[in-house]
Design a protein around this ligand. Sequence first.
Ligand code: HEM
Length: 396
Amino acid sequence: PWRMFDELRRNEPVHWNPETDGGGGFWSLTRHADIVAADRDSETFTSTRFVNLEEVDERQAKIRRSMLETDGPRHLALRRLLHREFTPRAVAGYATFLRGLTARTLDAALAKGTFDFVKEVAADFPINVLARMLDVPDEDTLRLIDWGNRIIANTDPEYADVLLHSEESELYRDLPFRSPASLEVFEYGRELAARRRGGNGTDLISRLVNQVPRDGEPLSDRDFDNYFLLLVVAGNETTRHAITHSMRALIDHPAEAARLREDLDLMPTAVEEFLRWASPVYHFRRTATRDVEMRGKQIREGDKVVLWFASGNRDDEVFTDPDRFDVTRTPNDHITFGKGSPHFCLGNALARLEMRIMFEELLPRLADIRPAGEIRRVRSNFVNGVKEMPVTVTLA
Ligand code: HEM
């Protein structure tokens, strides 16, 4: 999509797309400054009327009412229930666990010589981390992984339980993501919640069920379901693709990879460049709550407005030489996690830490890594995903 984004940014940064797959038209914002302005202004650009283009179904919008699809005081109250568990300081507490998990994952994969990087390295890693934060027994981790995989990428026939817009999907129209797995996730989450209510555990579930949201409105079962499901899906596919794209960027830019391997202290700036380059979430969508003008275009109340984060990350008004992958890029004002928004990614510090540790462990183990076949991509306009990336490695 990069060429298309370039053209839009240059020629018509606020662009009306007349029709979507199964939905009405929408506005595309492709410039960094416009995306940030809209992301900041949740009063004008609300998240309460659903947040992506693939699912425009009003029924789905009603069922899925997590913090991601809520604004105002309720959103803040929900977010505050767990925001302390996701601060850089709090997630640093998982560093030792993460390093151990990373080392085990890598040693098993690299010993194979030739393997699919997505399946062997990137896929299960993020949800294993989440399983730890939820404090679920090891045998349940496999179930979580399975559910996570069945719910993701629900426009890609190979991935999802039920393909959106398929006839079968009508049978599941009352299920979140139209995925039967989502019901299993709810059931499982509620069981955990019941066992941990009233206890003094420090895992995410215990924290969630043993607090009253600040707005005084208790967490209903439905609220809990949505919260739990959001945790299962939000960091899973995104981080998977972030890690895979980062690996691919290093393969495609051997000089940058060598620079980083020689000086692992560059990792913090490299991770920011990985994130900018990867842009695992192409867009989030908002809905205008009033008539508003942007760059001379008249956006009407009720219009859908799409924030193309991936495009903003290549905007030459913000990034020098934006199509260059540079592990030392500073400043790097990418908007991969959103920017200035009340919805700014809650898991950003965790995702950053996972990526840092992954490549700190990976690079010293490798003498060489090269492609061993075609990359296969996820079919989606929401996640920028890779489902298969065969590689051959030579160990250091
Ligand atoms: C929200 C991206 C990893 C949890 C978001 C948003 C984006 C995003 C773009 C919306 C921002 C906005 O509307 O301005 C990513 C990417 C990730 C990642 C690219 C990996 C590289 C994670 C992880 C977790 C997580 C690991 C935690 C388990 C959340 C939650 C929200 C969110 C809970 C909703 C926040 C709210 O509505 O207030 N993420 N995310 N994310 N993310 Fe992430």
